[in-house]
Design a protein around this ligand. Structure first.
Ligand code: NAD
Ligand code: MG
Length: 412
Protein backbone atom coordinates (compact mmCIF):
# COMPACT_ATOMS: atom_id res chain seq x y z
CA UNK A 1 0.00 0.00 0.00
CA UNK A 2 1.38 3.44 -0.93
CA UNK A 3 1.84 6.12 1.72
CA UNK A 4 -0.41 9.08 1.00
CA UNK A 5 2.54 11.39 0.39
CA UNK A 6 4.64 8.87 -1.58
CA UNK A 7 5.04 9.68 -5.28
CA UNK A 8 3.18 7.36 -7.63
CA UNK A 9 5.00 5.30 -10.26
CA UNK A 10 3.72 7.73 -12.90
CA UNK A 11 5.13 10.71 -11.00
CA UNK A 12 8.48 9.02 -10.50
CA UNK A 13 8.80 8.15 -14.20
CA UNK A 14 7.63 11.63 -15.26
CA UNK A 15 10.32 13.36 -13.20
CA UNK A 16 13.22 11.63 -14.92
CA UNK A 17 15.26 13.52 -17.45
CA UNK A 18 16.67 10.27 -18.80
CA UNK A 19 15.19 6.79 -19.09
CA UNK A 20 16.64 5.08 -16.00
CA UNK A 21 15.02 1.84 -14.91
CA UNK A 22 15.65 -1.20 -12.75
CA UNK A 23 13.85 -3.89 -14.73
CA UNK A 24 12.36 -7.30 -14.12
CA UNK A 25 11.23 -9.41 -17.06
CA UNK A 26 8.65 -12.06 -16.18
CA UNK A 27 8.66 -14.50 -19.11
CA UNK A 28 12.06 -13.42 -20.46
CA UNK A 29 12.43 -16.41 -22.81
CA UNK A 30 9.19 -15.82 -24.72
CA UNK A 31 8.56 -13.73 -27.78
CA UNK A 32 7.83 -10.54 -25.79
CA UNK A 33 10.56 -11.25 -23.22
CA UNK A 34 13.22 -11.70 -25.91
CA UNK A 35 12.07 -8.51 -27.70
CA UNK A 36 12.26 -6.63 -24.39
CA UNK A 37 15.84 -7.72 -23.74
CA UNK A 38 16.70 -6.96 -27.35
CA UNK A 39 15.50 -3.41 -26.77
CA UNK A 40 17.41 -3.17 -23.48
CA UNK A 41 20.58 -4.16 -25.32
CA UNK A 42 19.86 -1.73 -28.16
CA UNK A 43 19.12 1.25 -25.89
CA UNK A 44 22.13 0.50 -23.69
CA UNK A 45 24.50 0.26 -26.66
CA UNK A 46 23.30 3.65 -27.91
CA UNK A 47 23.58 5.12 -24.42
CA UNK A 48 19.93 6.12 -24.80
CA UNK A 49 18.91 4.74 -21.40
CA UNK A 50 20.31 3.62 -18.08
CA UNK A 51 18.91 0.13 -17.58
CA UNK A 52 19.79 -2.54 -15.03
CA UNK A 53 18.13 -5.92 -14.64
CA UNK A 54 16.82 -7.06 -11.28
CA UNK A 55 15.28 -10.41 -12.22
CA UNK A 56 14.54 -12.70 -15.16
CA UNK A 57 12.06 -15.57 -15.10
CA UNK A 58 10.98 -18.36 -17.42
CA UNK A 59 8.98 -21.57 -17.31
CA UNK A 60 11.51 -24.26 -18.26
CA UNK A 61 13.81 -22.90 -20.97
CA UNK A 62 16.95 -23.37 -18.90
CA UNK A 63 19.47 -22.89 -21.72
CA UNK A 64 18.06 -19.55 -22.87
CA UNK A 65 17.53 -18.06 -19.41
CA UNK A 66 21.10 -18.99 -18.45
CA UNK A 67 22.41 -17.36 -21.63
CA UNK A 68 20.33 -14.23 -20.88
CA UNK A 69 21.54 -14.16 -17.27
CA UNK A 70 25.21 -14.30 -18.30
CA UNK A 71 24.66 -11.46 -20.73
CA UNK A 72 22.34 -9.14 -18.74
CA UNK A 73 23.65 -9.87 -15.21
CA UNK A 74 20.38 -9.83 -13.23
CA UNK A 75 20.50 -10.26 -9.46
CA UNK A 76 17.95 -13.08 -9.52
CA UNK A 77 16.82 -15.75 -12.00
CA UNK A 78 13.86 -18.06 -11.49
CA UNK A 79 12.32 -20.98 -13.38
CA UNK A 80 8.70 -21.99 -12.75
CA UNK A 81 9.58 -25.67 -13.25
CA UNK A 82 10.73 -26.76 -9.81
CA UNK A 83 12.56 -29.83 -11.14
CA UNK A 84 15.08 -27.60 -12.95
CA UNK A 85 16.12 -25.68 -9.80
CA UNK A 86 19.31 -27.70 -9.24
CA UNK A 87 20.49 -27.41 -12.84
CA UNK A 88 19.79 -23.67 -12.88
CA UNK A 89 21.77 -23.19 -9.71
CA UNK A 90 24.78 -25.10 -10.97
CA UNK A 91 24.66 -23.44 -14.41
CA UNK A 92 24.95 -20.03 -12.72
CA UNK A 93 27.31 -21.08 -9.91
CA UNK A 94 30.06 -18.52 -9.32
CA UNK A 95 28.27 -15.83 -11.35
CA UNK A 96 27.02 -13.93 -8.29
CA UNK A 97 23.40 -14.42 -9.39
CA UNK A 98 20.79 -15.80 -7.00
CA UNK A 99 18.48 -18.48 -8.37
CA UNK A 100 15.11 -19.94 -7.47
CA UNK A 101 12.62 -22.47 -8.85
CA UNK A 102 8.91 -23.18 -8.62
CA UNK A 103 5.89 -20.89 -8.88
CA UNK A 104 6.77 -19.19 -5.57
CA UNK A 105 10.19 -18.20 -6.99
CA UNK A 106 8.43 -16.43 -9.90
CA UNK A 107 6.37 -14.46 -7.37
CA UNK A 108 9.56 -13.72 -5.41
CA UNK A 109 11.08 -12.30 -8.61
CA UNK A 110 8.03 -10.05 -9.07
CA UNK A 111 8.27 -8.91 -5.47
CA UNK A 112 11.89 -7.76 -5.78
CA UNK A 113 12.67 -4.11 -6.04
CA UNK A 114 12.42 -3.27 -9.75
CA UNK A 115 10.64 -0.05 -10.70
CA UNK A 116 9.58 -1.38 -14.13
CA UNK A 117 8.28 -4.92 -14.60
CA UNK A 118 7.54 -6.53 -17.95
CA UNK A 119 4.64 -8.93 -17.37
CA UNK A 120 5.11 -11.32 -20.31
CA UNK A 121 4.18 -14.73 -18.93
CA UNK A 122 1.55 -16.37 -21.13
CA UNK A 123 -1.83 -17.26 -19.70
CA UNK A 124 -3.44 -17.10 -16.27
CA UNK A 125 -0.11 -18.39 -14.85
CA UNK A 126 0.96 -14.75 -15.08
CA UNK A 127 -1.76 -13.52 -12.73
CA UNK A 128 -0.13 -13.97 -9.31
CA UNK A 129 3.32 -12.61 -10.26
CA UNK A 130 1.80 -9.65 -12.14
CA UNK A 131 -0.43 -8.90 -9.17
CA UNK A 132 2.57 -9.06 -6.84
CA UNK A 133 4.42 -6.46 -8.93
CA UNK A 134 1.29 -4.28 -9.01
CA UNK A 135 0.83 -4.53 -5.25
CA UNK A 136 4.19 -2.95 -4.57
CA UNK A 137 3.47 0.03 -6.81
CA UNK A 138 5.77 -0.81 -9.72
CA UNK A 139 5.16 0.42 -13.25
CA UNK A 140 3.91 -2.79 -14.88
CA UNK A 141 4.33 -3.08 -18.63
CA UNK A 142 1.47 -5.45 -19.29
CA UNK A 143 1.73 -7.94 -22.14
CA UNK A 144 -0.07 -10.72 -20.23
CA UNK A 145 -3.64 -9.87 -21.25
CA UNK A 146 -5.04 -13.07 -19.73
CA UNK A 147 -4.44 -11.75 -16.20
CA UNK A 148 -6.70 -8.73 -16.86
CA UNK A 149 -9.32 -10.96 -18.48
CA UNK A 150 -9.23 -13.34 -15.51
CA UNK A 151 -9.07 -10.79 -12.68
CA UNK A 152 -9.10 -7.31 -14.15
CA UNK A 153 -10.88 -5.66 -11.22
CA UNK A 154 -8.50 -7.19 -8.69
CA UNK A 155 -5.40 -6.14 -10.66
CA UNK A 156 -6.75 -2.62 -11.29
CA UNK A 157 -7.61 -2.15 -7.61
CA UNK A 158 -4.11 -3.29 -6.58
CA UNK A 159 -2.50 -0.83 -9.01
CA UNK A 160 -4.60 2.07 -7.70
CA UNK A 161 -4.07 1.19 -4.03
CA UNK A 162 -0.29 1.01 -4.40
CA UNK A 163 0.11 4.08 -6.60
CA UNK A 164 1.46 1.96 -9.44
CA UNK A 165 0.60 2.06 -13.10
CA UNK A 166 -0.15 -0.23 -16.02
CA UNK A 167 1.58 0.49 -19.31
CA UNK A 168 -0.21 -1.50 -22.02
CA UNK A 169 2.19 -3.49 -24.22
CA UNK A 170 -0.41 -5.20 -26.40
CA UNK A 171 -0.09 -3.25 -29.66
CA UNK A 172 -3.79 -2.27 -29.83
CA UNK A 173 -3.94 -1.06 -26.23
CA UNK A 174 -0.59 0.65 -26.53
CA UNK A 175 -1.93 2.49 -29.59
CA UNK A 176 -5.07 3.56 -27.71
CA UNK A 177 -3.02 4.54 -24.65
CA UNK A 178 -0.95 6.87 -26.82
CA UNK A 179 -3.99 8.78 -28.18
CA UNK A 180 -6.57 8.41 -25.37
CA UNK A 181 -7.50 11.66 -23.60
CA UNK A 182 -7.65 10.39 -20.01
CA UNK A 183 -8.73 13.89 -18.86
CA UNK A 184 -11.86 13.77 -21.03
CA UNK A 185 -13.02 10.14 -21.41
CA UNK A 186 -16.60 11.41 -21.78
CA UNK A 187 -15.54 13.00 -25.10
CA UNK A 188 -14.61 9.62 -26.54
CA UNK A 189 -17.34 7.97 -28.60
CA UNK A 190 -15.67 4.72 -29.69
CA UNK A 191 -12.54 2.65 -29.43
CA UNK A 192 -11.72 0.70 -32.57
CA UNK A 193 -9.53 -2.34 -32.03
CA UNK A 194 -7.92 -3.36 -35.28
CA UNK A 195 -7.29 -7.03 -36.03
CA UNK A 196 -5.15 -8.60 -38.72
CA UNK A 197 -7.80 -11.31 -39.14
CA UNK A 198 -5.14 -13.98 -38.54
CA UNK A 199 -4.01 -16.77 -40.88
CA UNK A 200 -7.58 -17.99 -41.55
CA UNK A 201 -9.12 -14.62 -42.39
CA UNK A 202 -10.30 -15.84 -45.80
CA UNK A 203 -10.83 -19.53 -44.92
CA UNK A 204 -14.25 -21.19 -44.89
CA UNK A 205 -15.55 -22.96 -41.80
CA UNK A 206 -14.98 -26.28 -43.65
CA UNK A 207 -11.34 -25.42 -44.32
CA UNK A 208 -10.86 -24.39 -40.70
CA UNK A 209 -12.33 -27.73 -39.57
CA UNK A 210 -9.13 -29.47 -40.75
CA UNK A 211 -6.64 -26.71 -39.87
CA UNK A 212 -3.45 -27.99 -38.25
CA UNK A 213 -1.49 -26.39 -35.38
CA UNK A 214 1.32 -25.53 -37.82
CA UNK A 215 -1.13 -23.64 -40.04
CA UNK A 216 -2.71 -21.88 -37.06
CA UNK A 217 0.58 -20.58 -35.63
CA UNK A 218 1.79 -19.23 -39.00
CA UNK A 219 0.62 -15.66 -38.47
CA UNK A 220 0.76 -13.47 -41.61
CA UNK A 221 2.15 -10.30 -39.92
CA UNK A 222 3.36 -10.90 -36.36
CA UNK A 223 5.83 -13.41 -34.97
CA UNK A 224 4.47 -14.46 -31.56
CA UNK A 225 4.26 -17.32 -29.05
CA UNK A 226 2.15 -20.36 -29.97
CA UNK A 227 -0.81 -19.61 -27.67
CA UNK A 228 -1.46 -16.05 -28.84
CA UNK A 229 -0.91 -17.17 -32.46
CA UNK A 230 -3.73 -19.72 -32.13
CA UNK A 231 -5.83 -17.03 -30.40
CA UNK A 232 -5.28 -14.83 -33.46
CA UNK A 233 -6.37 -17.67 -35.75
CA UNK A 234 -9.65 -18.15 -33.83
CA UNK A 235 -9.90 -14.38 -33.26
CA UNK A 236 -10.28 -15.12 -29.55
CA UNK A 237 -7.28 -12.81 -29.25
CA UNK A 238 -9.52 -9.90 -30.26
CA UNK A 239 -12.15 -11.08 -27.80
CA UNK A 240 -9.59 -11.14 -24.97
CA UNK A 241 -8.40 -7.71 -26.11
CA UNK A 242 -11.94 -6.34 -25.92
CA UNK A 243 -12.07 -7.39 -22.26
CA UNK A 244 -8.53 -6.10 -21.68
CA UNK A 245 -9.49 -2.70 -23.18
CA UNK A 246 -12.61 -2.48 -21.01
CA UNK A 247 -10.32 -2.74 -17.94
CA UNK A 248 -7.59 -0.40 -19.18
CA UNK A 249 -9.76 2.46 -20.44
CA UNK A 250 -12.84 4.13 -18.93
CA UNK A 251 -14.93 3.47 -22.05
CA UNK A 252 -17.84 0.98 -21.75
CA UNK A 253 -17.36 -2.36 -23.51
CA UNK A 254 -20.30 -1.78 -25.85
CA UNK A 255 -18.41 1.20 -27.30
CA UNK A 256 -15.38 -0.91 -28.14
CA UNK A 257 -15.51 -2.20 -31.70
CA UNK A 258 -13.36 -4.56 -33.74
CA UNK A 259 -12.25 -3.95 -37.28
CA UNK A 260 -10.27 -6.30 -39.50
CA UNK A 261 -7.30 -4.50 -41.06
CA UNK A 262 -5.09 -7.11 -42.73
CA UNK A 263 -1.99 -4.89 -43.18
CA UNK A 264 -1.54 -4.37 -39.38
CA UNK A 265 -0.32 -0.80 -39.90
CA UNK A 266 -2.98 1.03 -37.86
CA UNK A 267 -2.68 -0.53 -34.42
CA UNK A 268 -6.01 0.85 -33.11
CA UNK A 269 -8.03 4.06 -33.01
CA UNK A 270 -9.93 6.38 -30.71
CA UNK A 271 -12.94 8.26 -32.04
CA UNK A 272 -13.97 11.51 -30.31
CA UNK A 273 -17.47 13.01 -30.19
CA UNK A 274 -16.57 15.65 -32.78
CA UNK A 275 -15.81 12.93 -35.33
CA UNK A 276 -12.01 13.11 -35.01
CA UNK A 277 -10.33 9.72 -35.11
CA UNK A 278 -6.82 9.45 -33.64
CA UNK A 279 -4.69 6.43 -34.44
CA UNK A 280 -1.21 5.11 -33.80
CA UNK A 281 0.56 3.52 -36.78
CA UNK A 282 3.75 1.57 -37.21
CA UNK A 283 5.29 -1.55 -38.69
CA UNK A 284 4.14 -4.76 -36.96
CA UNK A 285 7.08 -5.07 -34.56
CA UNK A 286 6.40 -5.39 -30.83
CA UNK A 287 9.63 -3.54 -30.05
CA UNK A 288 7.78 -0.29 -30.87
CA UNK A 289 5.06 -0.63 -28.18
CA UNK A 290 7.62 -2.12 -25.78
CA UNK A 291 9.92 0.91 -26.34
CA UNK A 292 7.02 3.27 -25.74
CA UNK A 293 6.29 1.52 -22.41
CA UNK A 294 9.95 1.36 -21.44
CA UNK A 295 10.60 5.07 -21.92
CA UNK A 296 7.14 6.40 -20.96
CA UNK A 297 6.45 9.32 -20.84
CA UNK A 298 9.63 9.97 -22.82
CA UNK A 299 10.62 8.20 -26.07
CA UNK A 300 13.68 6.18 -26.98
CA UNK A 301 14.82 4.82 -30.32
CA UNK A 302 13.88 1.28 -31.20
CA UNK A 303 15.35 -1.09 -33.79
CA UNK A 304 11.92 -1.55 -35.44
CA UNK A 305 11.74 -0.75 -39.14
CA UNK A 306 10.07 2.59 -39.83
CA UNK A 307 6.91 2.71 -41.91
CA UNK A 308 7.33 3.21 -45.63
CA UNK A 309 3.90 4.50 -46.64
CA UNK A 310 4.54 4.37 -50.38
CA UNK A 311 5.52 0.71 -50.06
CA UNK A 312 2.47 -0.11 -47.92
CA UNK A 313 0.37 1.81 -50.49
CA UNK A 314 -3.03 0.48 -49.45
CA UNK A 315 -4.79 0.13 -46.13
CA UNK A 316 -7.96 -1.96 -46.20
CA UNK A 317 -10.69 -2.65 -43.67
CA UNK A 318 -13.47 -5.21 -43.30
CA UNK A 319 -16.00 -6.12 -40.62
CA UNK A 320 -15.12 -9.25 -38.63
CA UNK A 321 -17.25 -12.31 -39.42
CA UNK A 322 -18.82 -13.66 -36.19
CA UNK A 323 -20.16 -16.66 -38.11
CA UNK A 324 -16.73 -18.07 -38.96
CA UNK A 325 -15.15 -16.64 -35.80
CA UNK A 326 -17.61 -17.35 -32.95
CA UNK A 327 -14.95 -16.37 -30.38
CA UNK A 328 -15.85 -12.72 -31.00
CA UNK A 329 -19.47 -13.29 -29.97
CA UNK A 330 -18.45 -15.45 -26.98
CA UNK A 331 -16.12 -12.75 -25.64
CA UNK A 332 -18.82 -10.09 -26.07
CA UNK A 333 -21.31 -12.25 -24.17
CA UNK A 334 -18.78 -12.91 -21.40
CA UNK A 335 -17.88 -9.26 -20.89
CA UNK A 336 -21.57 -8.26 -20.88
CA UNK A 337 -22.37 -10.90 -18.23
CA UNK A 338 -19.29 -9.87 -16.24
CA UNK A 339 -18.29 -11.50 -12.94
CA UNK A 340 -16.88 -14.99 -13.38
CA UNK A 341 -17.64 -15.16 -17.11
CA UNK A 342 -14.49 -13.51 -18.56
CA UNK A 343 -12.29 -15.64 -16.26
CA UNK A 344 -14.16 -18.75 -17.37
CA UNK A 345 -13.95 -17.80 -21.05
CA UNK A 346 -10.21 -17.33 -20.66
CA UNK A 347 -9.58 -20.56 -18.76
CA UNK A 348 -11.69 -22.63 -21.18
CA UNK A 349 -9.81 -21.08 -24.08
CA UNK A 350 -6.42 -21.89 -22.49
CA UNK A 351 -7.45 -25.53 -22.06
CA UNK A 352 -8.84 -25.75 -25.60
CA UNK A 353 -5.77 -24.14 -27.21
CA UNK A 354 -3.41 -26.46 -25.33
CA UNK A 355 -5.47 -29.47 -26.46
CA UNK A 356 -5.49 -28.21 -30.06
CA UNK A 357 -1.70 -27.68 -30.01
CA UNK A 358 -1.33 -31.28 -28.76
CA UNK A 359 -3.52 -32.59 -31.60
CA UNK A 360 -6.27 -33.72 -29.22
CA UNK A 361 -8.88 -31.18 -30.37
CA UNK A 362 -9.87 -29.91 -33.81
CA UNK A 363 -9.58 -26.19 -34.58
CA UNK A 364 -13.35 -25.53 -34.59
CA UNK A 365 -13.40 -27.42 -31.30
CA UNK A 366 -11.75 -24.42 -29.61
CA UNK A 367 -14.80 -22.10 -29.74
CA UNK A 368 -17.01 -25.17 -29.20
CA UNK A 369 -15.26 -25.93 -25.88
CA UNK A 370 -15.42 -22.28 -24.78
CA UNK A 371 -19.12 -22.07 -25.61
CA UNK A 372 -19.89 -25.37 -23.86
CA UNK A 373 -18.03 -24.10 -20.76
CA UNK A 374 -19.95 -20.82 -20.70
CA UNK A 375 -23.26 -22.68 -21.13
CA UNK A 376 -22.34 -24.90 -18.20
CA UNK A 377 -21.46 -21.75 -16.22
CA UNK A 378 -24.98 -20.48 -16.89
CA UNK A 379 -26.52 -23.73 -15.64
CA UNK A 380 -24.33 -23.56 -12.52
CA UNK A 381 -25.33 -19.92 -11.91
CA UNK A 382 -21.81 -18.54 -12.13
CA UNK A 383 -21.60 -15.21 -10.28
CA UNK A 384 -22.09 -11.96 -12.23
CA UNK A 385 -19.71 -10.07 -9.99
CA UNK A 386 -16.32 -11.05 -8.58
CA UNK A 387 -15.26 -9.61 -5.23
CA UNK A 388 -11.87 -11.16 -4.70
CA UNK A 389 -8.86 -12.89 -6.13
CA UNK A 390 -10.01 -16.16 -4.54
CA UNK A 391 -13.27 -15.96 -6.51
CA UNK A 392 -11.40 -15.30 -9.77
CA UNK A 393 -9.12 -18.29 -9.14
CA UNK A 394 -12.15 -20.43 -8.29
CA UNK A 395 -13.87 -19.43 -11.56
CA UNK A 396 -10.65 -20.23 -13.46
CA UNK A 397 -10.35 -23.69 -11.85
CA UNK A 398 -14.05 -24.52 -12.35
CA UNK A 399 -13.86 -23.53 -16.02
CA UNK A 400 -10.79 -25.72 -16.57
CA UNK A 401 -12.70 -28.75 -15.26
CA UNK A 402 -15.75 -27.96 -17.41
CA UNK A 403 -13.56 -27.37 -20.48
CA UNK A 404 -11.74 -30.68 -20.04
CA UNK A 405 -15.11 -32.43 -19.89
CA UNK A 406 -16.17 -30.63 -23.09
CA UNK A 407 -12.93 -31.70 -24.84
CA UNK A 408 -13.58 -35.31 -23.83
CA UNK A 409 -17.21 -35.08 -25.02
CA UNK A 410 -16.12 -33.74 -28.41
CA UNK A 411 -13.53 -36.48 -28.85
CA UNK A 412 -16.06 -39.21 -27.93
P1 NAD B 1 5.60 -17.06 -25.33
O1 NAD B 1 4.91 -18.36 -25.24
O2 NAD B 1 6.53 -16.79 -26.43
O3 NAD B 1 6.38 -16.79 -23.95
C1 NAD B 1 5.79 -17.00 -22.69
C2 NAD B 1 6.79 -16.81 -21.56
O4 NAD B 1 6.13 -17.16 -20.33
C3 NAD B 1 8.04 -17.66 -21.66
O5 NAD B 1 9.14 -16.97 -21.14
C4 NAD B 1 7.70 -18.86 -20.76
O6 NAD B 1 8.86 -19.47 -20.24
C5 NAD B 1 6.89 -18.19 -19.68
N1 NAD B 1 5.93 -19.11 -19.04
C6 NAD B 1 5.07 -19.95 -19.68
N2 NAD B 1 4.35 -20.63 -18.78
C7 NAD B 1 4.75 -20.22 -17.55
C8 NAD B 1 4.37 -20.56 -16.22
N3 NAD B 1 3.45 -21.50 -15.97
N4 NAD B 1 4.98 -19.93 -15.20
C9 NAD B 1 5.94 -18.99 -15.44
N5 NAD B 1 6.34 -18.64 -16.67
C10 NAD B 1 5.75 -19.24 -17.72
O7 NAD B 1 4.44 -15.95 -25.30
P2 NAD B 1 4.47 -14.46 -25.90
O8 NAD B 1 4.03 -14.50 -27.31
O9 NAD B 1 5.74 -13.78 -25.54
O10 NAD B 1 3.25 -13.81 -25.08
C11 NAD B 1 3.37 -13.46 -23.72
C12 NAD B 1 2.13 -12.68 -23.30
O11 NAD B 1 2.11 -11.46 -24.05
C13 NAD B 1 0.83 -13.39 -23.62
O12 NAD B 1 -0.11 -13.10 -22.62
C14 NAD B 1 0.39 -12.77 -24.94
O13 NAD B 1 -1.01 -12.79 -25.10
C15 NAD B 1 0.89 -11.35 -24.77
N6 NAD B 1 1.16 -10.67 -26.05
C16 NAD B 1 2.10 -11.15 -26.90
C17 NAD B 1 2.34 -10.53 -28.11
C18 NAD B 1 3.41 -11.02 -29.05
O14 NAD B 1 3.65 -10.36 -30.07
N7 NAD B 1 4.05 -12.14 -28.79
C19 NAD B 1 1.61 -9.38 -28.46
C20 NAD B 1 0.66 -8.90 -27.56
C21 NAD B 1 0.45 -9.57 -26.35
MG1 MG C 1 -2.73 -7.42 -29.68
Amino acid sequence: MARDDAPTAAELLSRQSRCARRITVLGSTGSIGVSTLDLVEFATARNDADLTIEALTANRNLALVVEQAKKFRPRFVALADESLGGELKSALAGEGIETGAGPSAIIEAAARDADWVMAAIVGAAGLMPTLRAAERGAAVALANKECLVCAGDVVSRAVRAAGGMLLPVDSEHNAIFQVYDFQRPNRISRLILTASGGPFRTWSKEQMAVATPAQAVAHPNWSMGAKISVDSATMMNKGLELIEAAHLFPTPHDRIEMLVHPQSVIHSMVEYVDGSVLAQLGTPDMRTPIASCLAWPDRIESPSAKLNFAEVATLTFEAPDPERFPAIRLAREAVAKGGAYPAMLNAANEVAVAEFLSDRLDFNGIPYVVEATLEAADRLNAPHSLGSLAEALEADAAARRLAEAAVAARAA
